[in-house]
Ligand binder design. Structure first.
Ligand SMILES: NC(=O)c1ccc[n+]([C@@H]2O[C@H](COP(=O)([O-])OP(=O)(O)OC[C@H]3O[C@@H](n4cnc5c(N)ncnc54)[C@H](OP(=O)(O)O)[C@@H]3O)[C@@H](O)[C@H]2O)c1
Length: 264
């Protein structure tokens, strides 16, 4: 594990830390000595578990609840997060919904709207609030959005999800351009296939694993630990000149191109 001394004591707000990649990020940042404000939506058991893990490591951490479908509530959520440790040094927009639906099954666009609300509008709102607070406080800041390889190449079922992630990639670039002069860096992480609680059972079925792993040049899935390590790097001074970039970590899947064909 790489150590980034400058992350010690850094105050980081991570959304969607109750499971999966967000929980992996929380653990990795706790190991670097960061102070954590951990958000969850419904999974109160999951967030308590993440809190226990990071506290066992020795991190100072608190939890906050919020549903990102409620856009109007995000201002108050951000204010609470900012106040937990008397300011924040970084925001990690990790929370997201992975919506699998063909466009023809979502004619009304309900799944589409909900996906955009959680995956794109909430990061927009939280990022802008964070940037404004950093500028008012006269301090630098770092934003990381958890995007996806679906922002770059996609496949059946993912019109809503891919649109939200491609939007996040584009939005990140504009924010990086606008906020560079204020010392605020904005970058995206684009994970490939990373088994999490939500997908363990499906991805670990031998037939499914064979199908996926065949398409990944490194011959395996990624891990939440690897995503946590990448996040630590992207928050640290080791990436001080990195802004407006998407860091793809996918075992080579996108470089090779071609997801397995999804059948209805
Ligand atoms: N796993 C992968 O292969 C992969 C690949 C590429 C990108 N990603 C991205 O990684 C991020 C985390 O996903 P994950 O795979 O780790 O899945 P996950 O374990 O299901 O985590 C999703 C997180 O988002 C939160 N969330 C869901 N709906 C929400 C809402 N309405 N309001 C606020 N928060 C909400 C969840 O909170 P609660 O559970 O507490 O409700 C949970 O903490 C997502 O942005 C996803 O698109 C994942």
């Amino acid at each position: 594990m790489a150590t980034y001394q400058d992350l010690k004591g850094k105050r980081v707000f991570i959304t969607g830390a109750s499971s999966g990649i967000g929980a992996g990020m929380a653990k990795a940042l706790a190991e670097q000595g960061a102070k954590l404000v951990l958000h969850y939506c419904k999974n109160s058991l999951g967030i308590k578990n993440t809190l226990k893990i990071v506290k066992t490591i020795g991190a100072d951490a608190t939890i906050l609840q919020g549903d990102f479908r409620d856009y109007a509530s995000l201002g108050e959520l951000f204010n609470q997060a900012w106040l937990e440790f008397n300011g924040l040094d970084a925001l990690v927009n990790n929370a997201g919904v992975v919506t699998k639906s063909t466009a023809l099954r979502d004619i009304e666009g309900l799944a589409f709207s909900e996906t955009l609300a959680v995956n794109l509008q909430a990061p927009y709102r939280l990022s802008t609030l964070f940037a404004k607070a950093c500028i008012d406080a006269g301090q630098p800041g770092v934003v990381i959005n958890n995007s996806s390889i679906h922002g770059q190449q996609t496949c059946e079922w993912f019109s809503a999800y891919a649109a939200s992630k491609a939007g996040l990639d584009a939005m990140m670039k504009v924010m990086a351009v606008e906020w560079g002069k204020h010392g605020i860096r904005v970058n995206n992480l684009a994970p490939g296939v990373v088994p999490v609680e939500r997908t363990f059972d499906i991805l670990n079925q031998p037939k499914m694993e064979q199908k996926w792993v065949k398409t990944i040049p490194m011959g395996r899935y990624g891990s939440v630990e690897e995503m946590g390590q990448a996040t630590a790097f992207m928050l640290s001074e080791a990436s001080a000149w990195m802004t407006g970039s998407t860091l793809t970590i996918d075992g080579g899947l996108i470089a090779r191109g071609g997801y397995p064909i999804r059948e209805d």
